[in-house]
Design a protein around this ligand. Structure first.
Ligand SMILES: Cc1ncc(C[n+]2csc(CCOP(=O)(O)OP(=O)(O)O)c2C)c(N)n1
Length: 251
């Protein structure tokens, strides 16, 4: 087990391409720490999204596969079924998972696929310059909602953990935030629990991570963290939404 200050073995020494204050890097580290702690680097397969984390394969030292936009849960399902002893995770943003990939996400969860989804909710399409995402908050300014998201026109945000918690195939769903050291520790525990859930063949697991995008939110890194606390956390409450890891959901 590495300490919080060391680079986990499951992370490469590649220099980050993420913007200052972006929390993708923190979450990469937490995933790598889970891989280290569970000793599964040699049999872990990660699925990259299309989005800012499209090049996550440069950072994780395990096997990585690139999926078409939103299709990571379908690719993960196939890999897990072909290699049942592997540990398979997807790493997806809100545009990838909750817009173009909604069907793949919902159906992989409904099937109880024994995979782990790491879901980065930063409320915006980061990679493409800050368009509205399904998780963009009401009133939030984006490139495509310059006067703020008007729910009368653009509809309401999707709360992914709440939505998926209605599905019997979901063994574990937790929402966490990475805005403080205590919350980062909770996020690390949640990610490790989700991987353990999969290793014990209990069913679909998802950890949603409330994240920042200072560049497209138009804020400094410090302001973005505060904005997350003041706006994202109240709308997307953190906590465990489903925990069926005792019995599992798979026959
Ligand atoms: C089929 C297809 N449609 C649209 C795009 C353009 N595109 C690239 S990334 C992206 C959204 C990324 O946003 P998100 O998933 O929230 O991740 P983030 O960049 O914020 O981490 C879109 C729409 C694409 N690459 N492929």
């Amino acid at each position: 087990m590495t300490t919080v200050y060391e680079r986990p073995r499951a992370l490469t020494p590649a220099q980050t391409h993420y913007c200052p204050g972006c929390t993708h890097g923190i979450v990469h580290k937490l995933v790598a720490q889970a891989i280290d702690a569970l000793g599964v680097e040699g049999r872990t397969v990660g699925i990259c999204p299309v989005g800012c984390a499209v090049m996550a394969y440069d950072y994780f030292a395990c096997d990585m596969v690139e999926a078409a936009h939103g299709r990571a849960p379908a690719v993960a399902s196939g890999i897990k079924r072909a290699l049942p002893d592997s540990v398979v995770f997807t790493y997806q943003g809100d545009g990838d998972l909750a817009a173009i990939g909604t069907a793949e996400t919902v159906h992989a969860a409904a099937r109880g696929e024994n995979v782990t989804v790491i879901f980065i909710n930063n409320g915006i399409y980061g990679m493409t310059g800050g368009q509205m995402a399904p998780t963009t908050l009401p009133g939030m300014v984006t490139q495509t909602t310059p006067r703020g998201r008007d729910v009368a026109d653009a509809g309401f945000p999707i709360r992914v953990c709440e939505l998926l918690s209605t599905l019997d195939g979901v063994a574990y769903a937790e929402r966490v935030s990475v805005d403080s050291v205590p919350n980062i520790k909770k996020a690390r525990a949640a990610i490790q629990k989700a991987f353990t859930c999969q290793m014990e063949k209990k069913g679909f697991s998802i950890v949603e991570v409330l994240s920042t995008c200072p560049t497209n939110w138009g804020l400094t890194p410090v302001e973005a963290m505060q904005w997350l606390r003041d706006n994202m956390v109240p709308y997307y409450p953190t906590g465990v939404y489903v925990d069926r890891t005792e019995k599992g959901v798979r026959p």
